[in-house]
Write a protein that binds this ligand. Structure first.
Ligand SMILES: Nc1ncnc2c1ncn2[C@@H]1O[C@H](COP(=O)(O)OP(=O)(O)OP(=O)(O)O)[C@@H](O)[C@H]1O
Ligand SMILES: [Mg+2]
Length: 390
């Protein structure tokens, strides 16, 4: 298929993502134009799979044939399984739903060969780390790690996925079509290729395991009003394990969970927290650790692939989380759906409004295409954001 679409005139063959990638590449080479490809569609429509095909096609055109191992294009392609392990999860609509947005910028040298790349990610869904409902799952990497070979799970003191609060809130642990044990090994191999070494991989999975242990720390009422203590021996085991894995002092970790420091101009006041607030601070810590781990991995991949400072030509590919509407929708869905609406508006603006205005100007006989214009919805949300941000 790739060979068929290579260099074929646009529109000559049946519509295909390779045809789009081909025009983007040709225009870049022949006219020195940078291009971005926006893949859109609702959740589960196939954006991420399409993005991977686009990238494979661009690697086919701009890659070095017959070279194995860690070439730039190989690293760009293998960054997908790593990012998906940490940023994708099973949702009601899609067993491999992207829970972050991603813009991959592929850079080319003067001869049209891939010479560098940069990956930018947007707004990972943090709430998923601590809260999931049946039939959804948490991020794939947690299940992959729980299904790892025994020597690995023992090192992180992991038991069955069902024993962790952050995973067992949903009755869905296994997903048809995903073999967690195999995916664990595949993720490790992909990490090798993108340049995350053994020691760094160890550190990454230590943090993943620590998040699970943090989720199993529970609190009971303390002797004083509005104070709390670690609930029992089981909770203490998870507290100790989490601090070992994070290489921090367990007393400090305990203190950080059950107290809050308030900084005033005069002094720092330490206040104790009731069990409910301690749980909230536990979850906030887990979410922050996880989202920083995700950002760290992206940064690491970027450093390893490397950007080409001399590159003057690039093709960008945008893959975001698609429109979704559940029984209960929260702030995450507002952000996701707003982003989709905004991009759809960009498409409308260019394909419908501007194109049709031109036809009218040039008096071309053309039947006007009706489309729903949601600009006023965007205006409403944007004014509200303006007001909220002062
Ligand atoms: N071209 C394809 N061929 C076969 N199966 C596909 C193809 N595209 C998508 N699928 C199937 O649909 C599923 C969902 O696709 P994908 O993850 O790409 O959706 P998405 O649009 O990225 O959704 P989200 O917005 O939730 O991230 C895939 O896991 C796969 O099973
Ligand atoms: Mg996706």
């Amino acid at each position: 298929m790739m060979e068929q679409y290579k260099g074929a005139d646009f529109g000559e063959l049946s519509p295909h993502v390779f045809a789009i990638a081909d025009v983007a590449y040709r225009e870049m080479i022949n006219e020195g134009k940078n291009n971005s490809i926006l893949v859109s569609g609702e959740s589960g429509a196939g954006k991420t799979e399409t993005t991977k095909m686009l990238m494979r096609y661009l690697a086919h055109l701009g890659g070095r044939s017959g070279v194995e191992g860690r070439t730039v294009e190989q690293q760009v392609l293998e960054s997908n399984p790593v990012l998906e392990a940490f940023g994708n999860a099973k949702t009601v609509r899609n067993n491999n739903s992207s829970r972050f947005g991603k813009f991959v910028e592929i850079q080319f040298d003067k001869t049209g060969r891939i010479s560098g790349a940069a990956i930018r990610t947007y707004l990972l869904e943090r709430s998923r780390v601590c809260q999931i409902n049946t039939p959804e799952r948490n991020y794939h990497c947690f299940y992959f790690l729980c299904a790892a070979p025994p020597e690995d799970t023992q090192r992180y003191k992991l038991a069955d996925a069902r024993s962790f609060h952050y995973l067992n809130q949903s009755s869905c642990i296994e997903v048809e079509g995903i073999n967690d044990a195999e995916e664990y090994l595949a993720t490790r191999r992909a990490m090798d290729i993108v340049g995350i070494n053994e020691e760094e991989q160890e550190a990454i999975f230590r943090v993943v395991a620590a998040v699970l242990h943090i989720g199993n720390i529970n609190f009971a009422k303390g002797k004083e009003v509005d104070s709390s203590v670690i609930q029992d021996d089981n909770s203490r085991f998870h507290l100790n394990t989490a601090s070992e894995l994070l290489e921090c002092d367990c007393n400090n970790l305990e203190k950080a969970l059950i107290t809050r420091e308030i900084v005033t101009p005069e002094e720092i006041i330490t206040r104790t927290l009731d069990p409910e607030s301690a749980l909230a601070s536990r979850d906030a810590l887990a979410k922050t650790i996880y989202s920083r781990l995700f950002d760290w991995i992206v940064e690491k991949i970027n450093v390893s692939i490397g950007q080409d400072p001399n590159s003057k030509q690039l093709i960008g590919v945008l893959d975001i989380y698609g429109f979704e509407s559940f029984k209960i929708n929260s702030f995450e869905q507002l952000c996701i759906n707003y982003t989709n609406e905004k991009l759809q508006q960009h498409f409308n603006q260019h394909v419908f409004k501007m194109e049709q205005e031109e036809y009218t100007r040039e008096e071309i006989n053309w039947s006007y295409i009706e489309f729903v214009d949601n600009q006023d919805v965007l205006d409403l949300i944007e004014r509200w954001i303006d007001c909220a941000s002062g």
